[in-house]
Design a protein around this ligand. Structure first.
Ligand SMILES: *[C@@H]1O[C@H](CO)[C@@H](O)[C@H](O)[C@H]1NC(C)=O
Ligand SMILES: *[C@@H]1O[C@H](CO)[C@@H](O)[C@H](O)[C@H]1NC(C)=O
Ligand SMILES: *[C@@H]1O[C@H](CO)[C@@H](O)[C@H](O)[C@H]1NC(C)=O
Ligand SMILES: *[C@@H]1O[C@H](CO)[C@@H](O)[C@H](O)[C@H]1NC(C)=O
Ligand SMILES: *[C@@H]1O[C@H](CO)[C@@H](O)[C@H](O)[C@H]1NC(C)=O
Ligand SMILES: *[C@@H]1O[C@H](CO)[C@@H](O)[C@H](O)[C@H]1NC(C)=O
Ligand SMILES: *[C@@H]1O[C@H](CO)[C@@H](O)[C@H](O)[C@H]1NC(C)=O
Ligand SMILES: *[C@@H]1O[C@H](CO)[C@@H](O)[C@H](O)[C@H]1NC(C)=O
Ligand SMILES: *[C@@H]1O[C@H](CO)[C@@H](O)[C@H](O)[C@H]1NC(C)=O
Length: 893
């Protein structure tokens, strides 16, 4: 079929179906709205009044014709083609639903349509060519569906287009050239498709193009110079394509260009010196290309540059000294090039640098004694170079280092004892494949957070110091191919390793090597020495076995008792309610607040915990029940979960802590009013919180009719400030919260926020050994990233969890949701919004942010706080006190 004929046919088909569906002009919108209600069946419209203008999500114009239908996030899966009958419709937003099937071609009949947002659905099939008839369309969003086929040429009729978002579909074919001719195009986002061919030449010449995001396609050809000619581009994301040619010199014209990501392409030639004119540059990522020449010193003029990633190219020469001017530089990644010269000391003037990756280059010479120079370096990656000389003693000054990679260099001399000062080392210490000699410093044993230690293939001699058993977090160890001798200390991580972790040391013996220590020792060593260390080893092993047995015994007992209780409860349940009410032997109980002592009956509290029906919620550490006292007062009874009954064995301590907490009396902390201990069960008594938790408020889990009123922003903001104040107070009294989540923020009758589960932090203090059995991690989605390797909840970790809570409030989304994609949680989703070319507006809950300018302004300010709190690097997060101040400021703004 001739393409022109095909187009004509499709257009007329579209028109015919549109006119069939559309009611006659005189019939008004009522019929179409009834049809839409039947087809789409939104829960909000189930029991709606007769006047469709009063339905939720519907806006009517002056002549009572429908101008907007906005129903995002309603779980809709029906047919919405009847919307094509609403002749005056200007906005149709059905994003974040479960719509499937084809995009109705009939929508093309909507001549006044300005916004069509069908993103985040399951629509499939092609983009209907008839859509090209909706000539008023300004904002088209079809992203995150399963649309296929090519972008129809018929859309060239949409001359008003300003924002086109068609990313994350299955679209093929080329990006049509006519897009370059649109006079109003500001945003073009088509990433994650299977688009091929070139970026249309001339794109950007006829409009104020600000955002171009085409990453993860199969685009070929070069980056058109036209993109930069008018100087309006702010965000350019072209990663993972097959683009060739050079980076256009005109890039320097874009004074507002902040984000350039062009990695994983086939770009060649030099990085133009004009890049220094793009002074707003914040991110420049061009790794895995074939760029040549040297690193332009002009980067130094981009004072806001935060990340410079030029890894895996063909760059040569030295790192320009000028880059030391970049006060905001946080990551300099230039691995996998042909760069050389000495260690770039000037870079250490970048006080904010947290990652320096020079690996796989030809850097040579000695490492300077001021290797970190008091900077914030967290990742120092220098492996696969030609650095020589010894590791400087000044390495001890790298006090924030998480990872140190020095493998495959030409380093010699001893490992400095100062290495033991880098207490922050967590991810890896890798000195393998060098010429290091001398003994292993016993100070290494102080690195109690280190997970991976690789000293293999050096010339290290002497015995493995028993002090290395201080490396409590060790999982991976490799000491192979050295000159170590003597017995391998008895230490879990050592014996659990493969033999190849210790092989290649001719005189080393003991587990996990298949070498018995006896005969080797006899010849070289005083037998007393050996006997003593053996005895120590035996004693350690013995006590390990003992501790293990005790722990297993306790756990088994708990489980046995649990089962017995369950069986007993089940039997009682069979026998009827009446029997359940059996007096338990209460061992200790108290009410802290005098005025309540008459009102509370302990047996009623105990009995409430036997009725599943009275359970209110279940958290990480406890289940909470509702108990109605004979006096009529309602009390929340919190039963600690069996794994944590260890606390009961520290009863005196627990009671002391509870009493202390009862006296703290901060308006934003849940205050215990009493406790009951019977057998080995601990119940904590608290005031009833009639408005439930923040979790229920935000996500409506308490509400069955689905018609819950959306909470208003001022209320949410004051809740956020309340939580922040409670947490800041806890930090002030040196208490770390172990389980911050919206489910642990309680709301009293005036919607004041009270942070709960505080006592857990006091009762389960891991450093005091009372929580040795339970792994304390908190609630999934709120756990800070560093926990994965530190296994410690810290003050900055609390700030992170609080940040997640803020994001939850701002977006109305759960911290973890499939919606974000695999391995992406709320934090990652929000932080990667700029990469996706999305604005804050697309992140924040529009039901709040579109209500008024004042709300939106406050929300933007709170979003900033949330972003800071959820910074990946713990050191970059603010203190809670600061967070409170920033939130107050946001409120008063
Ligand atoms: C879809 O794109 C339009 C136009 O760019 C934008 O206004 C809208 O917020 C987007 N919708 C979502 C759900 O991101
Ligand atoms: C995209 O198309 C390919 C084959 O054409 C198919 O295997 C894949 O499932 C499609 N993806 C989506 C999201 O529809
Ligand atoms: C870039 O790629 C295109 C198509 O793949 C090819 O025709 C062209 O010769 C290449 N240009 C350069 C400079 O390599
Ligand atoms: C650098 O960033 C700051 C803060 O975002 C901004 O105010 C300033 O204008 C930026 N500088 C340049 C040269 O863009
Ligand atoms: C580090 O960065 C922050 C914010 O970007 C800036 O305010 C501060 O001045 C920088 N620190 C130094 C020492 O330059
Ligand atoms: C070390 O840091 C100081 C600032 O703390 C700076 O003045 C000095 O130039 C730096 N030294 C080197 C060698 O970079
Ligand atoms: C390694 O360092 C030694 C001295 O420390 C030097 O003699 C030797 O030439 C260096 N080897 C290479 C390959 O740089
Ligand atoms: C240490 O570095 C070497 C060389 O890069 C690498 O082969 C080895 O796997 C690393 N060791 C660990 C424990 O990561
Ligand atoms: C330890 O390092 C050597 C190389 O030095 C390697 O061959 C061996 O596989 C490593 N062992 C383990 C357990 O990683």
């Amino acid at each position: 079929m001739h393409p022109a004929f095909r187009r004509c046919l499709l257009l007329s088909l579209g028109l015919i179906s549109a006119s069939l569906l559309a009611p006659r002009a005189g019939a008004g919108d009522a019929a179409a709205m009834q049809a839409l209600r039947r087809g789409l069946a939104p829960p909000d419209w189930a029991a709606a009044p007769a006047d469709h203008c009063a339905w939720r999500g519907v806006t009517c114009g002056g002549a009572r014709e429908v101008t907007a239908v906005e129903l995002p996030r309603r779980g809709l899966r029906g047919d919405f083609s009847a919307a094509a009958g609403l002749r005056a419709l200007a906005r149709l937003d059905l994003s974040f639903n479960a719509l499937s099937g084809a995009v109705p071609a009939a929508l093309g009949a909507l001549a006044r349509l300005e916004l069509l947002d069908l993103s985040m659905n399951r629509l499939s099939g092609p983009i209907p060519p008839a859509l090209g008839l909706a000539a008023g369309l300004k904002f088209l969003n079809l992203s995150n569906n399963a649309l296929s086929g090519s972008i129809p040429d018929e859309l060239r009729g949409l001359k008003e287009l300003q924002e086109v978002q068609i990313s994350a579909n299955n679209l093929t074919g080329a990006i049509p050239g006519w897009l370059a001719g649109l006079p109003g195009l500001r945003v073009l986002s088509a990433y994650e498709n299977a688009l091929s061919g070139p970026i249309p030449p001339g794109l950007g010449l006829s409009s104020n193009l600000q955002v171009l995001n085409l990453h993860s396609n199969g685009l070929e050809g070069s980056i058109p110079s036209s993109l930069f000619d008018l100087g309006n581009l702010q965000v350019l994301i072209l990663t993972v394509n097959r683009l060739n040619g050079t980076i256009p010199d005109s890039i320097g014209r874009c004074l507002g260009l902040s984000n350039v990501r062009i990695g994983n392409n086939r770009l060649a030639g030099a990085i133009p010196a004009s890049i220094g004119d793009a002074t707003s540059l914040t991110y420049f990522e061009a790794d895995s290309n074939q760029l040549s020449g040297s690193i332009p010193a002009q980067f130094a003029r981009c004072a806001n540059l935060t990340l410079l990633n030029l890894a895996y190219n063909r760059l040569v020469g030295e790192v320009p000294d000028m880059l030391g001017e970049l006060r905001n530089l946080q990551e300099l990644i230039i691995s996998g090039n042909g760069l050389g010269g000495e260690y770039p000391r000037s870079i250490l003037r970048c006080r904010n640098l947290s990652k320096l990756d020079l690996s796989y280059n030809a850097f040579r010479g000695g490492l300077p004694d001021t290797i970190c120079n008091g900077s914030r370096l967290q990742f120092l990656v220098l492996d696969h170079n030609e650095f020589s000389g010894s590791i400087p003693h000044g390495i001890g000054g790298c006090s924030r280092l998480l990872e140190l990679q020095l493998a495959n260099n030409n380093l010699s001399g001893e490992i400095p004892a100062e290495m033991g000062k880098i207490k922050s080392l967590q991810i890896a210490l890798n000195l393998s494949f060098n010429h290091l000699s001398g003994p292993l410093p016993r100070e290494l044993g102080r690195l109690d957070k280190l997970v991976a230690l690789d000293l293999s293939s050096n010339e290290i001699s002497g015995e493995i110091p028993a002090d290395m058993r201080g490396m409590l977090s060790l999982i991976v160890v490799n000491l192979s191919n050295n000159r170590l001798r003597g017995a391998i200390p008895v230490f879990g991580p050592f014996q659990k390793s493969a033999g190849s972790s210790f092989s290649g040391n001719a005189k080393l013996c003991g587990d996990p090597l298949d070498v018995d220590c006896g005969p080797i020792y006899g010849s070289n060593y005083g037998s007393d020495h050996r006997k003593i260390s053996y005895r120590v080893a035996l004693a350690v092993a013995g006590s390990c076995v003992l501790i293990f047995s005790v722990v297993s015994l306790v756990v088994t007992l708990f489980m046995w008792r649990e089962r017995q209780e369950k069986e007993a409860d089940a039997k009682k349940a069979e026998a009827g309610e009446a029997v359940v009410v059996e007096a338990r032997h209460v061992m200790a109980s108290s009410v802290f607040i005098e005025s309540l002592q008459q009102a509370i009956d302990f047996q009623t509290c105990v009995q409430a915990t036997f009725k599943d029906a009275s359970a209110l919620r279940s958290g990480t550490f406890s289940t909470t029940y509702k108990a109605v006292m004979p006096s009529g007062m309602v009390v929340c009874v919190k039963k600690l979960k069996s794994v944590d009954r260890a606390v009961v064995h520290h009863q005196a301590k627990m009671i002391r802590e509870l009493e202390r907490l009862a006296h703290i009396n901060h308006p934003n902390l849940v205050r215990p009013i009493g406790y009951v201990i019977y057998e080995d069960v601990a119940l904590l008594l608290q005031y009833d919180m009639p408005n439930g938790t923040l979790l229920q408020l935000l996500h409506g889990s308490n509400n069955c009719d689905g018609d819950q009123e959306k909470p208003d922003w001022p209320k949410l903001l004051s809740i956020a400030i309340g939580v922040a104040e409670g947490l800041a107070f806890l930090h002030q009294i040196a208490t770390i919260h172990l389980d911050i989540s919206s489910g642990n923020v309680f709301l009293d009758s005036h919607y004041n926020a009270l942070l709960g589960e505080v006592e857990i932090s006091k009762l389960l203090d891991p450093s005091k050994g009372t929580a040795s059995i339970s792994a304390v991690a908190g609630t999934f989605g709120y756990i800070p990233p560093e926990y994965a390797y530190s296994m410690q909840v810290t003050v900055p970790g609390n700030v992170y969890s609080f940040g997640v809570l803020l994001l939850e409030i701002l977006t109305s989304k759960m911290p973890v949701d499939e919606e974000f994609g695999e391995g992406v949680d709320l934090v990652k989703w929000v932080h990667s919004a700029p990469e996706r070319g999305e604005t804050p507006e697309q992140i924040m809950d529009p039901r709040l942010s579109t209500v008024s300018f004042a709300w939106r302004r406050q929300m933007l300010a709170v979003l900033k706080v949330a972003m800071l709190c959820t910074e990946r690097a713990p050191a970059k997060r603010p203190k809670m006190k600061k967070a409170v101040e920033m939130l107050q400021e946001a409120k008063n703004s």
